[in-house]
Design a protein around this ligand. Structure first.
Ligand code: BTN
Length: 229
């Protein structure tokens, strides 16, 4: 399966998007050793020095577009599950972070295009050798485990993501939600968002976070939450 490897690039999401626009099939991917302009969610930048994993996968799910909101969570589960065999108890923080305890190990950025031949680009960035110094709430894999072979880890993450998307294609949201819930460390925790606070109860079929606050249930569809310590 196509894996384009680069020493340096602007953003692997941009490279994967160019591949997809050129007709690249489901599963094609780009892996870079560093990015000059790594992008995070909400227009933020994602520090991408050498010694990290920067992977973007082209997806052409057959599942209805309404279920694509689950893709960041599936990417988080695929990443966490690829790390667990090496003793790293990674979890997913809703909606798009890979966590080790309270620290961020990596993030996920999904960008999609819904035209005649729709696709989604799933970008995954992981701090492997070291965490960015400017981000105190971040950690790196090397602080917890023997530094992995980045290419092998990227292949495991891609294979895990494709397996989960196949499950989504076959069985819809119901087929993937039990595992999402099992890996989602946000559930059962007190979370803070905008000016509200509550307990995260569940992730629903649209990928929304269900939170109980002041005796009421609310759905958080987009945005970020902070987990209260
Ligand atoms: C976030 O934490 O807000 C998401 C970060 C996503 C970073 C990855 S690294 C690979 C891909 N290329 C990018 O420019 N961004 C994603």
């Amino acid at each position: 399966m196509l894996l384009v490897e680069k020493e340096e690039t602007q953003s692997t999401n941009d490279d994967a998007r160019a591949l997809a626009l050129g007709g690249a099939p489901h599963g094609a991917a780009v892996l870079a050793a560093r990015q000059r302009s790594g992008r995070g969610r909400d227009g933020r930048s994602f520090a991408s020095p050498a010694g990290g994993l920067y992977l973007s996968v082209v997806l052409r799910p057959r599942a209805p577009v309404a279920t694509w909101r689950l893709l960041p969570l599936l990417a988080g589960v695929a990443t966490a599950s690829a790390l667990r065999p090496s003793g790293v108890p990674a979890e997913v923080k809703w909606p798009n972070d890979v966590m080790l305890g309270a620290k961020k190990l990596g993030g996920i950025l999904v960008e999609s295009r819904l035209d005649a031949r729709p696709f989604a680009i799933v970008g995954i960035g992981l701090n492997v050798a070291r965490a960015p110094e400017a981000v105190p709430e971040a950690t790196a894999l090397a602080a917890h485990a023997r530094a992995p072979d980045v290419r092998a880890l990227a292949e495991a993450v891609r294979a895990g993501l494709l397996a989960r998307v196949a499950r989504l294609d076959e069985g819809g949201a119901r087929a993937v939600l039990p595992e999402v819930r099992a890996y989602c460390g946000t559930l059962g925790r007190r979370v803070v968002w905008e000016k509200m606070e509550g307990v995260a109860l569940d992730v629903d079929e649209d990928g929304a976070l269900l939170v109980e606050t002041l005796g009421q249930k609310r759905r958080i569809v987009v945005g970020d939450v902070r987990v209260a310590q």
